[in-house]
Design a protein around this ligand. Structure first.
Ligand SMILES: NC(=O)c1ccc[n+]([C@@H]2O[C@H](COP(=O)([O-])OP(=O)(O)OC[C@H]3O[C@@H](n4cnc5c(N)ncnc54)[C@H](O)[C@@H]3O)[C@@H](O)[C@H]2O)c1
Length: 286
């Protein structure tokens, strides 16, 4: 597989701008595309703001900032974005039909050697890969938010992903300064599958009055050295988002461990969604 010099990032939101940033910092030319032109330019602005912050903290030099910014260009047409690239990373909303539609368009316009990657956090890589003519070049590259800080990348290996594609994705993640793990294309991959079990059980414990949310979180923080307890994490991610993932994993893996507790459903129904709504297991209004 040839070296990766040019990368197209499709979707310039929370994840896409961060992926563009770290690819540019690693020396790649990056084409940033979004259906919403404003989102593409605000994605590029967010990269500048991150790098400015990095400079203020002494982590990024002025030259590194300027050369990274100079490597990112905005594309307004998807075919232009992927023309001649070595790698495509899609970071569009979490809808399988939308991702399949994007890759069907990419398929005819990207070079035959290009690796095609999705940053999906839960969808089946095999299903999305059904949209392209050569699924052996398709792989999951699941980055974490904020992309320029979080070290983990889950490299998700679909049923038809070739060993060469998987290895190239691992090598590229290493080049980005990340720590890749290799996971089979199974619901929830490795991170969500474990994280959701812990989260759902913690909520069941609140429901059963086992301990307060603060003390349940402390059990994991102080007893198991988790940087943050499962209930505070649920508040940060959003109770509605976690409910959606739990429902999906419960349906696909058919294990009671993923069954969303009634307390979670009622909190979501009441609009207690965590930090974004001001209240979840904690009060975020102060
Ligand atoms: N936010 C997270 O914490 C997180 C973490 C890991 C993975 N993910 C995954 O990353 C992906 C993107 O999530 P996000 O949080 O960055 O979403 P986001 O809503 O912040 O950004 C998505 C962007 O995609 C654009 N878009 C919509 N349709 C498009 C199309 N047809 N072509 C190109 N761009 C299009 C939107 O305009 C938007 O700017 C999802 O699959 C999500 O599951 C998110």
């Amino acid at each position: 597989m040839s070296a990766i010099h040019t990368v197209a990032v499709l979707g310039a939101g929370t994840m896409g701008h961060g992926i563009a940033q770290i690819c540019a910092m690693a020396g790649c030319d990056v084409r940033l595309f979004d259906v919403d032109e404003k989102a593409a330019s605000s994605g590029a602005e967010r990269v500048r703001a991150n790098l400015d912050k990095g400079m203020a903290r002494g982590k990024v030099t002025e030259e590194e900032r300027d050369s990274a910014l100079a490597r990112i260009s905005i594309a307004t047409v998807i075919a232009d974005a992927v023309h001649g690239v070595d790698l495509v990373i899609e970071a569009a909303p979490e809808l399988v039909e939308l991702k399949a539609k994007i890759f069907a368009e990419v398929d005819g316009a990207a070079p035959d050697h290009a690796i095609l990657a999705s940053n999906t956090s839960s969808l089946s890589i095999g299903e999305i890969a059904g949209a392209v003519s050569d699924a052996s070049r398709f792989v999951g590259m699941h980055f974490f938010n904020p992309v320029h800080i979080m070290k983990l990348v889950e490299v998700v290996w679909g049923p038809e992903t070739s060993d060469e594609t998987r290895d190239a994705a691992v090598a590229f993640a290493l080049r980005l300064g990340k720590q890749p793990i290799v996971v089979r294309d199974a619901p929830g991959f490795a991170s969500s599958r474990l994280g959701i079990v812990l989260g759902m059980e913690a909520i069941r414990m609140v429901e059963q009055g086992v301990a307060s949310p603060e003390d349940i979180d402390k059990a994991m923080e102080l007893g198991y050295r988790h940087p943050m307890g499962p209930l505070r994490l649920t508040d940060l991610v959003g109770l509605d988002i976690r409910l959606g993932i739990a429902e999906y994993l419960h349906a696909t893996l058919q294990s009671d461990a993923f069954e969303p507790p009634a307390l979670l459903r009622s909190m979501v129904a009441e609009g207690r969604l965590g930090k974004k709504s001001g209240r979840g297991f904690y009060d975020w209004t102060e």
